[in-house]
Write a protein that binds this ligand. Structure first.
Ligand code: MTE
Ligand code: MO
Length: 173
């Protein structure tokens, strides 16, 4: 090997090492961020009465999915995000609470914000989701400056005012 070839091989070896270590650290980081709010609870109610309490693990075990939703607020333009979550209707099914198209679903948040949704939207498993990750990272708690740990998203709405940040519970009335 010429001296020049040795130098090139050396540089390539160092680059491969750097890429490998970066990928490894990144993987740990993603796992850590995703695991942050495992103790957060979310409650499914029926007419104001608790039916079932869920942890992050319980919710994820119902079958999580990635989907794209556009967040459009009063002070920012439309922006697309990839969220990870579970259709809200799956929690109702699991809790044994039936939801009809003519019911009203009340979602309550930690800051007192309350969202009323038509049952017709909630029975659509591709519309209303309970989410906990955005673009592969935990949504984060309010204290951390996030919108979670849970946020309910109405993905087919044009605007985001019916999304429920810091969601604590959902109720059929
Ligand atoms: N708990 C809670 N959820 C909420 C709100 C809120 O103030 N509190 N604001 C709503 C509005 S008006 C919008 S546009 C979306 C997105 O709000 P963000 O821009 O603060 O993320 O969250 C909705 N959900
Ligand atoms: Mo908004």
């Amino acid at each position: 090997m010429s001296k020049q070839t040795k130098v090139i091989v050396g540089i390539i070896a160092v680059l491969i090492l750097v890429i490998g270590v970066t990928a490894y650290l990144n993987k740990e980081n993603v796992a850590e961020k995703a695991a942050l709010n495992n103790d957060a609870v979310f409650i499914v109610k029926y007419k104001g009465e608790d039916q079932k309490t869920y942890s992050m693990e319980d919710i994820r075990a119902l079958g999580e999915t990635d989907f794209v939703a556009t967040k459009d607020t009063s002070d920012s333009g439309p922006e697309e995000f990839t969220y990870t979550g579970v259709p809200l209707i799956k929690l109702y099914e699991d809790a044994g609470v039936s939801v009809g198209k003519d019911d009203t679903i009340i979602n309550v948040a930690a800051d007192g914000y309350t969202v009323a949704l038509e049952g017709e939207k909630v029975v659509d498993a591709e519309n209303v989701y309970i989410t906990y990750m955005v673009n592969g990272e935990a949504i984060g708690t309010r204290d951390q400056g996030g919108s979670g740990p849970y946020m309910i998203i109405v993905s087919k709405d044009q605007f985001s005012q019916f999304w429920c940040k810091y969601a604590l519970s959902t109720d059929v009335q």
